[in-house]
Write a protein that binds this ligand. Structure first.
Ligand SMILES: Cc1cc2nc3c(=O)[nH]c(=O)nc-3n(C[C@H](O)[C@H](O)[C@H](O)COP(=O)(O)OP(=O)(O)OC[C@H]3O[C@@H](n4cnc5c(N)ncnc54)[C@H](O)[C@@H]3O)c2cc1C
Length: 825
């Protein structure tokens, strides 16, 4: 007998592609069985059915790799559980290199993969050919072999996940279209459909390329855009057999896998073709787009180089299917900041099959625990803001993001498309001074300044890049005279109200209930004691706090703070990022420069470290916060946007005689790493606590009322030993460049990973902050007792570990003034 259409469920999932089915599977596995999944057509009929089914584990972020590692494990076991085959074949995969730079990438990848517990071998071109005999290797430099990778059948996998969910009580209903999201008091409360309404505690948007539209039904930003994505299937090719590994040739933008004795050949062309500008038709089910051999040409040409037999083999089928892409090539996961109890899992950038197992599990855990259970920042929905949903911007950006899969992942690679996007009032002035801009959270930010006659364009490489000397100049100016940094991109949040102090004090790990005019560096910790953010809280009044936090964290931090403000508390949070520019004036002569422009007392007594005052600067009135992120004397000038140009000009006028120099973010990064200052999302993550980070001093364990995460810290302390710790390293050899992500070895054995690195011109060598991980404990004796090396693309370089920053300001005056810590850029 047909079951009645449900009128309520604990969770309603919108979309029956592989992601929706994986979320349903994992929710039921976690014991949440009252789940209804609604699919407007048939399961997998959206994008999933025509995926090539490659499952490659390697990602640049360790937790992202671990999600896919989990996928491979799940896909190999699922059939035994559900009785439905998944087509999973653990055939392994190869990636080949045509150039020395690509080989460097593969070797770097191999080192970090090993650190992440992924089996990987660096092999010769000939060894690659032994594994994949149909390829030509004359132009190849080498390859890597990942025996744990594989391929799956996307439709079978989806059905198998759905069956697993059904077996535990979930209802999977096809041919039901969600037409609206019901909300009440800022929370999702159910869905409207063409078959009736369903009330729900939680709604999950897994609607693939329709997810932007489903988000828009309730004011939730899901910034994705479709692009055409193509592959061909050939007839039988001699030497191609079912166990043939997957093969990737990223320099040719192409991949291959075996299918019925022939090859699937597809790829990621450098300039993609956006699709769906007028919206995605509802009935685009088991549908494809017209063949486009012109767009495919670049892939075909490269494929002929790699597999000459393709010249004569039959093309049995051309698949051109749209897939959704995001602005940064990472998917979108998590609870929407705009609407409680509304979750999103979408925008899979042609990685949905590989990611589905891990992403479905991570999202289900997020739903059940009301919080992520691991650091998921690279895919966190809160890394995007409303302005990222602009359709023209997305359209222009996804032309580039599709190709990023196989583009050279240069260490500091900037995206070129859809820029400039957000600009500081100083943008034109900095451009005129030779700024080479990068982009963060859409903001154009000066990375470095070209000397006159020099082109402000970064030339990428794994060694020293063309801005090496520019950054040296800027660092020297900041260490010895004064530098000016446009940090307008900082996110700024104003928290006000009668209960602001008490609410914030529970959210911050440091004591922020201080006298008016104090600035406090603090972490925001989760229940596990890990960093949700680190930032500066400035008390402007009894009931008024200004928070300055990282450029990328405005939405995330506002969401975290809002969610943790008690229900009836008298507190409001306003994002005032656009209202203020921030000009950071840093260096031993910064006081001399500022003194020329203000009547304020700038002395150590009159304006001590970690205080904020409203002062006059030229014709402007602005906040000056006595704190820097570089370990020198300095002030962050928080200037109303319309006064920013005036203050900037006045500072330069006054600073000329003191050597005031425009400086960019590359110098800032190197300066802070030399000083050992941590940055959020690099050293400080939701998985790292303040003891591990070496920031116990910025936690007030005994303040009245406690704080979120305190219990976890008490527990960690009771254990008496740390098994992980952030430690600073310098390379003994002055020449090599570290970039971050490198493997750290202690006495020849892997012990951790470099989280951030830069060339420290003050120290005269590469300097890094790394996370050491050792189950038996990472104490002082362990750190100081080892012989360290850092693996740079297969070459090991001797390194020295430091528990105290090796950079120490030379002059006594600077020492006395030297700041302690500053929130992350
Ligand atoms: C040519 C090509 C090759 C690919 N190859 C690979 C690969 O090798 N490896 C890999 O990992 N990934 C690959 N992918 C990517 C992969 O296919 C996708 O990332 C994945 O299928 C996305 O799954 P999904 O569940 O998010 O989306 P979908 O499969 O599109 O599922 C979303 C579902 O939501 C439904 N829906 C939408 N709106 C509503 C509504 N209002 N009410 C009810 N239901 C609704 C849709 O009908 C659809 O079925 C490839 C993609 C393409 C196009």
């Amino acid at each position: 007998m047909a079951q009645e259409f449900p009128t309520q469920a604990r969770v309603v999932i919108v979309g029956g592609g592989i992601i929706g089915c994986s979320v349903a599977y994992h929710l039921t596995k976690l014991g949440w069985t009252d789940v209804v999944l609604l699919e407007q057509g048939q399961l997998s009929g959206g994008t999933t059915w025509h995926a090539a089914g490659l499952v490659g584990q390697l990602r640049s972020h360790a937790n992202m790799t671990s999600l896919i590692k989990y996928s491979t494990q799940l896909y190999s076991e699922l059939e035994a559980e559900t009785g439905l085959a998944t087509g999973w074949k653990n055939c392994g995969s190869l990636s080949v290199a045509r150039t020395a730079d690509r080989m460097t990438v593969l070797k770097r990848t191999a080192a970090s993969a090993r650190a992440q517990g992924v089996d990987i071998e660096v092999i010769s071109a000939k060894e690659a050919q032994d594994l994949w005999p149909v390829m030509a290797i004359d132009d190849l430099v080498g390859a890597v072999w990942l025996p744990g990778d594989g391929k799956a059948n996307p439709t079978d996998l989806t059905q198998s996940l759905a069956k697993g969910a059904r077996n535990r009580g979930a209802r999977v209903i096809e041919r039901v279209r969600v037409t609206g999201i019901k909300t009440k008091d800022g929370k999702a409360t159910g869905v409207s459909t063409d078959k009736g309404d369903i009330a729900a505690e939680i709604v999950v948007n897994c609607a693939g390329q329709w997810a932007r539209k489903v988000g828009a039904m309730c004011g939730v930003t899901v910034p994705l855009h479709s692009a055409e994505h193509m592959y061909i299937v050939t007839g039988k090719i001699e030497g191609v057999h079912p166990d043939l590994p997957v093969m990737r040739d990223p320099d040719g933008f192409i991949y291959f896998k075996e299918e019925v004795g022939g090859l699937v050949m597809g790829g990621f062309e450098p300039e993609a073709k956006p699709w769906g500008m007028k919206g995605i038709p509802d009935d685009f089910e088991f549908a494809l787009l017209p063949d486009d051999w012109d767009q495919f040409e670049i892939l075909m040409q490269n494929a002929l180089v790699r597999v000459p037999q393709l010249e004569t083999s039959e093309v049995k089928k051309f698949y051109n299917g749209p897939e959704s892409f995001t602005a940064d090539n990472n998917f979108i996961l998590g609870e929407a900041p705009e609407l409680k109890n509304f979750y999103v899992g979408a925008g899979f950038n042609s990685m949905g099959i590989a990611s589905a197992g891990g992403a479905g599990k991570a999202l289900a855990e997020w739903i059940v625990n009301s919080a992520p259970t691991m650091d998921l920042w690279p895919v966190d929905i809160r890394r995007f803001a409303g302005f990222n949903n602009n359709p023209r911007w997305l359209h222009d950006r996804v032309k580039e993001t599709l190709g990023l899969h196989y583009a050279m992942p240069w260490p500091n690679r900037e995206l070129d498309t859809a820029r400039p996007f957000r600009r500081s009032p100083l943008y034109d002035r900095l451009a005129a001074k030779g700024a080479c801009f990068g982009s963060k959270m859409g903001w154009e930010r000066a990375n470095w300044f070209a000397a006159s006659g020099e082109k402000p364009e970064t030339q990428y490489s794994f060694g020293r890049q063309n801005w090496h000397d520019a950054v040296k100049r800027e660092m020297k100016a900041t260490r010895e005279a004064a530098g000016i940094f446009d940090q307008t991109s900082f996110a700024k949040l104003l928290v006000q109200g009668r209960d602001a102090a008490s609410a914030l004090n529970r959210i911050c790990a440091a004591d922020i209930d201080v006298e008016i005019g104090r600035s406090i560096y603090t972490g925001l910790l989760n229940e596990r004691g890990g960093y949700e953010s680190d930032l500066t809280v400035m008390r402007l009044g009894r009931d008024k706090f200004l928070i300055v936090t990282g450029s990328a964290q405005a939405v995330h931090d506002a969401d975290w703070i809002n969610k943790n403000i008690p229900d009836n508390a008298h507190v409001t949070l306003t994002d005032v990022t656009s209202s203020y520019s921030v000009l950071a004036l840093m260096g031993p002569r910064s006081r001399d420069v500022l003194a020329r422009l203000t009547s304020a007392d700038l002395s150590n007594v009159g304006f001590p470290f970690a205080t904020i005052r409203e002062i006059d600067i030229g014709y402007a009135t602005a906040y000056a916060n006595r704190m820097t992120y570089v370990g020198e004397l300095g002030w962050e000038l928080i200037v109303p946007s319309e006064f920013a140009v005036g203050v900037y000009e006045a500072l330069h006028e006054a600073g000329r005689e003191f050597g005031l120099t425009d400086c960019g973010y590359y110098a800032l990064e190197a300066l802070r790493i030399e000083k050992g200052f941590r940055a959020w999302s690099r050293e400080l993550t939701p998985d790292v606590n303040p003891f591990e980070a070496g920031l116990a001093f910025a936690v007030s364990m005994d303040k009245p009322g406690g704080f979120i995460g305190r219990e976890a810290l008490v527990e960690a302390k009771a254990k008496g030993k740390l098994t992980r710790r952030i430690v600073q390293f310098t390379l003994d050899d002055e020449a090599p460049m570290l970039w971050g992500g490198e493997l750290i070895l202690r006495d020849g054995k892997p012990v951790g990973e470099v989280r951030s690195a830069a060339y420290g011109h003050t120290l005269g060598c590469s300097v890094a902050l790394g996370l050491l991980d050792h189950a038996d404990g990472v104490d002082k004796a362990f750190i100081e007792g080892g012989r360290y090396e850092i693996d740079l693309a297969g070459e090991r370089h001797a390194a020295t570990a430091h528990l105290k920053a090796p950079y120490d300001p030379k002059s006594e005056r600077v020492k006395a003034d030297s700041t302690e810590l500053r929130a992350a850029a």
